[in-house]
Design a binder for this molecule. Structure first.
Ligand code: CA
Ligand code: CA
Length: 175
């Protein structure tokens, strides 16, 4: 694996979470809010509460791994350190940190609760995740329902893949 690619991509993660030079719990609440708006649930719905909770756990995992001075803010430097030689040093580590968020996203997307995402449910999830940007075409399932487990892995890869050839890697643009 090209580790520079992974670091470059996670640098872009930082940019995608950050609006003011540091990432905080608030950025993840906003991530959750944007997803909820995109998929059409309110914060007060059971899906809304799960999404907010999943985003909070995603933040907790990142903070635990990267907030070196534990001031509740992850600076770019702290983030780079965790990704370069720290607890977020591999795509697997990153995928683990993403997991609670990925689970919450997929469960919310499974609107009829049948344990699978139909093409339509999957498409809505992807649209809400990519927030209006063009989603990777390869992530669009055309061949019928996808088991929840498989969809959770796809969302983890969406954030964590360190493989430049992985289709989801293009989500963050050319690197
Ligand atoms: Ca800090
Ligand atoms: Ca379903």
């Amino acid at each position: 694996m090209d580790n520079n690619f992974f670091q470059c991509k996670t640098g872009m993660h930082f940019d995608s979470f950050d609006v003011d030079g540091v990432i905080t719990r608030e950025d993840f609440e906003q991530l959750a809010q944007r997803f909820l708006t995109g998929i059409g649930f309110t914060r007060e719905s059971s899906q809304g509460r799960s999404i907010l909770d999943g985003a909070g756990q995603f933040w907790d995992n990142l903070a635990q791994a990267a907030d070196g001075d534990q001031d509740g803010r992850i600076t770019r430097q702290e983030f780079s350190k965790a990704v370069t030689d720290g607890p977020l040093g591999s795509p697997d580590d990153f995928a683990k940190a993403v997991r609670p968020w990925a689970e919450a996203v997929v469960q919310a997307a499974d609107v009829d609760g049948d344990g699978r995402l139909s093409t339509e449910e999957y498409r809505r999830m992807l649209g809400a995740l990519s927030e209006g940007r063009e989603a990777p075409r390869e992530m669009a399932f055309t061949g019928g329902p996808v088991a929840v487990d498989v969809a959770i892995e796809a969302v983890q890869q969406f954030y964590a893949s360190g493989d430049p050839s992985h289709p989801t890697s293009r989500f963050f643009g050319q690197v």
